[in-house]
Design a protein around this ligand. Sequence first.
Ligand SMILES: NC(=O)c1ccc[n+]([C@@H]2O[C@H](COP(=O)([O-])OP(=O)(O)OC[C@H]3O[C@@H](n4cnc5c(N)ncnc54)[C@H](OP(=O)(O)O)[C@@H]3O)[C@@H](O)[C@H]2O)c1
Length: 238
Amino acid sequence: MNKKTAVITGASQGLGKALALAFAKEGYALGICARGEERLKDARREVEQLGAEVAAVQADVTDSKDVERFISIVEDRFGRIDVLINNASTFGPGPTLLADYPAEEFRDVIETNIMNPFLVTKRVLPGMLTRGDGSIINVSSEVGKYGVAEWGAYSVSKFGVEGLSAIWADELEGTGVRINTVDPGEMDTVMHDIALPDCDYELAQPEDVTGVFLHLAASDDNGERYEAQTFDVKGASV
Ligand SMILES: NC(=O)c1ccc[n+]([C@@H]2O[C@H](COP(=O)([O-])OP(=O)(O)OC[C@H]3O[C@@H](n4cnc5c(N)ncnc54)[C@H](OP(=O)(O)O)[C@@H]3O)[C@@H](O)[C@H]2O)c1
């Protein structure tokens, strides 16, 4: 019950799994989720092999009932949540012009990428506010700052994540709960394969970019935006 606990959404592969393993190595207990059961089980096994305690819950974080179940299981098991990383995201269809973008897919990407950090943060906040301590990290993207042709609803959703984080950071100022965003940069993941199927240059591995997240878990920063691949672990962007 005394260990610090980190909740990471979408932790069955890619960046989310790399973050779960990095926080496990630092001694955190973990709450992780994803929709697909098999890969989530594999991720849970890898985290447990590092000696960490983990609650792995099959949950869709766009569904408020699933969010309630997931977070309740983590709180019942570990007593508190110190760090929340809103990592789960979908890219939607591959590169598509806005004019050609199917409306239902547009809706689904916005729903997944904006509603899920809103719902999970809203559910986790009361416990953090009661303790006057907590770190929430929203995973954004370079295309949350710059509009780029064919990045469609994914880019729009990441602009939304930046806005959500900025507003919440202002509202939480002085409470002890901090909220920041991280752009992890391009990484070799399933999502990257969908976004840039013809990519022919070398990519960072998700485990290369976890340092900034560990920094933010313990820092007083609020309302900041970091780029993970230019982050100096001593605490400053280079
Ligand atoms: N890869 C890059 O180059 C890159 C660059 C900039 C930013 N990012 C951001 O980094 C984060 C991680 O990306 P990634 O490349 O690691 O993605 P990924 O390989 O596609 O993994 C996404 C993870 O999220 C889970 N997930 C998706 N929708 C979910 C939902 N509704 N509920 C619960 N879990 C869900 C997936 O599992 P299930 O499908 O089983 O649910 C999976 O575990 C994302 O926020 C992404 O936008 C990535």
